[in-house]
Ligand binder design. Structure first.
Ligand SMILES: Cc1cc2nc3c(=O)[nH]c(=O)nc-3n(C[C@H](O)[C@H](O)[C@H](O)COP(=O)(O)OP(=O)(O)OC[C@H]3O[C@@H](n4cnc5c(N)ncnc54)[C@H](O)[C@@H]3O)c2cc1C
Length: 217
């Protein structure tokens, strides 16, 4: 049976009109950066999966959520107030670095939208990691907490205007900047982006064993 835990809400930080960071009490929850939890308002039967955004060192748990227009849980969690309770299951999932790669591996993290979440947790938990994050959004305001990544390691690809580091989709960037075959590639976000990126990396000779994906929707 899966354990259901109750955690208090500490805060809701609104980053854009639709995207927010929900901070919860940690309550000793152990996890591996890259994993996700399943959460919902206490007393509600609805729960959804969210990757953990905070780092191992933090004494709280954070998730970053984009409110879905016709959605249920992403809407209700947005309205939560400090002190209110949520139910949490997990952590779950195998989208995480292999311990033997952490010291010597060269990582490329490719995300769309809130798919940046597991990479935020990984990058903050492992400050010495050799990584680049390629983050695909529409406008620069969606470059959530860009300052948290080491200098030059976060490339914001904006598809609607030139306000980011690169004007275009992550797929355009990858076609122009090919990836070395030995790079360990982690993909997270919507399924179209993941499929397209997978094909490009495969054409560039990255073996499928070096590619890992977490699909949000
Ligand atoms: C492993 C995993 C980790 C995830 N981590 C995150 C995360 O860190 N942050 C985050 O914001 N989301 C994440 N998601 C997506 C999240 O679980 C929910 O699907 C999302 O918040 C919508 O839930 P809802 O109850 O509001 O919408 P629902 O009521 O479930 O869905 C309403 C409608 O919106 C569609 N829909 C669902 N999700 C999206 C979306 N993201 N964009 C557009 N349409 C959508 C559905 O197909 C449905 O038609 C993750 C999903 C998985 C599987």
């Amino acid at each position: 049976m899966i354990d259901v835990r109750v955690h208090e809400v500490i805060s809701v930080r609104h980053i854009t009109e639709s995207t927010y960071v929900l901070r919860l009490e940690r309550n000793g929850l152990d996890f591996i950066p890259g994993q996700y939890i399943s959460i919902g308002k206490a007393g509600s039967i609805d729960k959804r999966d969210y990757s953990i955004y905070s780092s191992l060192a933090d004494d709280f748990i954070e998730v970053i959520i984009r409110e879905v227009k016709e959605g249920s849980v992403s809407k209700s969690l947005k309205k939560m107030k400090p002190g209110e309770k949520i139910e949490l299951e997990g952590p779950f999932g195998f989208f995480r670095l292999k311990p033997e790669d952490e010291l010597s591996g060269k990582f490329l993290f490719i995300a769309s939208g809130t798919g940046i979440s597991p990479f935020h947790s990984i990058a903050k938990s492992h400050p010495g990691l050799n990584y680049t994050v390629l983050h695909g959004v529409r406008h620069a305001e969606e470059g959530y907490d860009k300052k948290d990544y080491s200098n030059g390691k976060h490339i914001l690809c904006t598809s609607r205007d030139g306000s980011g580091d690169y004007y275009g989709h992550v797929t355009d960037y990858l076609r122009e900047n090919s990836v070395a075959k030995d790079t360990l590639c982690y993909l997270c976000g919507n399924v179209e982006m993941i499929n397209d990126v997978y094909d490009i990396l495969e054409e560039q000779g990255v073996p499928s064993g070096n590619m890992h994906a977490e699909v949000y929707f």
